[in-house]
Design a protein around this ligand. Sequence first.
Ligand SMILES: Nc1ncnc2c1ncn2[C@@H]1O[C@H](COP(=O)(O)OP(=O)(O)OP(=O)(O)O)[C@@H](O)[C@H]1O
Length: 222
Amino acid sequence: MIAFEHVGKRYGGRFEALADINFRVERGEMLFLTGHSGAGKSSLLRLIMRLERPSRGRVLVAGHDLDRLHLSQVPYYRRQIGVVFQDHQLLFDRDIFANVALPLTIQGIEPHEAARRVRAALDKVGLLHRERALPIELSTGEQQRVGIARAVVNKPALLLADEPTGNLDPQLSADIMRLFEDFNRIGTTVLIASHDLALIARLRHRVLKLREGRLVRDGEAA
Ligand SMILES: Nc1ncnc2c1ncn2[C@@H]1O[C@H](COP(=O)(O)OP(=O)(O)OP(=O)(O)O)[C@@H](O)[C@H]1O
């Protein structure tokens, strides 16, 4: 599903944020990406999303060599990827339904079909009964679940998350991780960047650890 081959990333031609990164992720895997602040986690995720391009090496995702992807193909490529952010980035002037529907609205999906998919996604995160609420009326944990529903509404083959539990207490963090495991169980490949070492250790998935831009560990959580 994902292959990094000797990938390096420099910003501004000088600073090396990632150096000689090599790993493969099979379809249907779930794994964590960890490392200190500034280790390169977000840079690595941005390369997969094709928001950045590597300075060296190759990134392959879902059969695409991202360097060969034509600019006009990038939006279609990104539809295969769901992304969850720490601060969920919801639109506060629209209700939950409209927030989750956003990716489908942008794609011009027919409203009946869009509504069906939005409700299926909200149901999976346990928030179907709140579809007419505004984000401000929900708790932080619920807001994050809306962010996850929006990320999966397209049924992406790959789900990426950047510190999805960064603002949540341990109980809510565990709930959110269980939700990711549910999506993984139905076949979605899941890659989560996280600082939460205690939680990662409990879940016993594969862990990629970065230190100063290098991959220093690839294996089961200790
Ligand atoms: N657009 C950019 N331009 C210049 N330097 C950048 C840019 N993005 C990231 N960096 C630098 O690259 C390094 C890796 O950053 P990155 O955001 O990937 O780390 P991270 O592991 O995600 O950190 P955090 O956990 O704090 O989010 C950092 O030193 C950062 O300052």
